[in-house]
Design a protein around this ligand. Structure first.
Ligand SMILES: NC(=O)c1ccc[n+]([C@@H]2O[C@H](COP(=O)([O-])OP(=O)(O)OC[C@H]3O[C@@H](n4cnc5c(N)ncnc54)[C@H](OP(=O)(O)O)[C@@H]3O)[C@@H](O)[C@H]2O)c1
Length: 273
């Protein structure tokens, strides 16, 4: 049995759907399970029962400080070893993301995965096209960002889910492999062109100020994390391409520009239409 964690989230739910669509014997887990899925909360160690699981697709459980994220992942890996899981697939962060504020938790988890014992596969996921589009800020008659003219090798989240499903369905073929799953470079200007609005670049200081002063609901670690994404893209550290995604998919990748445009459209205020 394949188990995909975090199926209450976008990536986990899409990976489980792809596995099931391909006829694999797969289930999911979540902190908020539905019918046919297990209750697993990485923060509640008593809930971490992986008996009967052959392949574990460990969807990273971010959105917290590094010590909490790494602690979560260690707890579920310990349970995987204890309960006899045969293969661990971990959704990590693209190699080029080493400069990003949340890279350390991924690399620390990769170390834990490699040391845990069972065969493993590491999927170094690129930044989502949906994230890139969603980070554009609507202002006046157009969009603003701190990305400048920098490009991101953005990838559609559904493609990452399909890649995870392809690996989990045939884990032995991918044992000990690290895949860099990035897409095609896109810029904020290209997204704005598709939306037929101007794109204006703001400085990183102004971006951080807006995150700190004008963005309610952000947790303390999030402004530096988002600023690290902006400087990484702006200065050309996240635009490199690699063949691994299309190799795993066995087909062309979805168009990341279309995904980013859709995500930016979804946040467009009525007043700017
Ligand atoms: N590459 C990128 O651009 C990018 C962007 C954002 C995030 N990420 C990372 O990729 C992961 C999946 O992305 P997504 O789009 O599916 O994110 P999402 O829709 O926001 O889902 C959050 C995920 O974190 C899991 N999670 C959080 N706390 C958990 C806990 N205590 N125990 C178990 N699971 C926990 C959730 O599982 P349940 O709700 O089902 O329990 C869910 O799978 C994120 O968690 C984050 O680490 C990557």
């Amino acid at each position: 049995m394949i188990l995909v964690t975090g199926v209450g989230g976008n990536l986990g739910s899409a990976a489980l759907a792809a596995l099931r669509a391909g006829g694999a014997a797969a289930t999911g887990s979540s902190r908020t399970p539905g019918e046919g899925t297990r209750h697993l909360d990485f923060d509640d160690h008593a809930s971490l029962d992986l008996t009967g699981v052959s392949t574990l697709v460990l969807i990273s459980a971010g959105y917290a400080e590094d010590d909490q994220v790494v602690g979560r992942h260690k707890a579920v890996l310990d349970a995987a070893v204890r309960d006899g899981v045969n293969h661990v697939v971990y959704t990590s962060l693209t190699t080029a993301g080493d400069h990003l504020g949340f890279a350390l938790a991924h690399r620390a988890t990769e170390r834990l995965v490699r040391a845990s014992g069972p065969p493993w596969t590491i999927l170094r996921n690129g930044l989502y096209a949906e994230l890139f589009g969603g980070l554009l800020i609507w202002a006046g008659d157009g969009v603003e960002s701190a990305f400048g003219d920098g490009a991101l090798a953005a990838v559609a989240r559904e493609d990452l889910a399909d890649a995870a499903a392809a690996v989990a369905a045939n884990p032995a073929r991918h044992s000990g492999r690290v895949y860099d799953l990035v897409g095609t470079p896109i810029t904020a200007g290209q997204v704005a062109d598709q939306l037929r609005v101007p794109h204006r670049t703001i400085g990183l200081g102004e971006y951080r100020r807006r995150l700190l002063d004008e963005t309610p609901g952000l947790l303390p670690f999030q402004p530096p994390l988002l600023a690290s994404i902006a400087t990484g893209i702006r200065h050309g550290f996240l635009d490199g391409t690699a063949p691994d995604l299309t190799d795993l998919l066995g087909r062309p990748a979805r168009d990341p520009l279309a995904m980013a445009v859709a995500a930016a459209s979804a946040t467009r205020p009525e007043a700017s239409l």
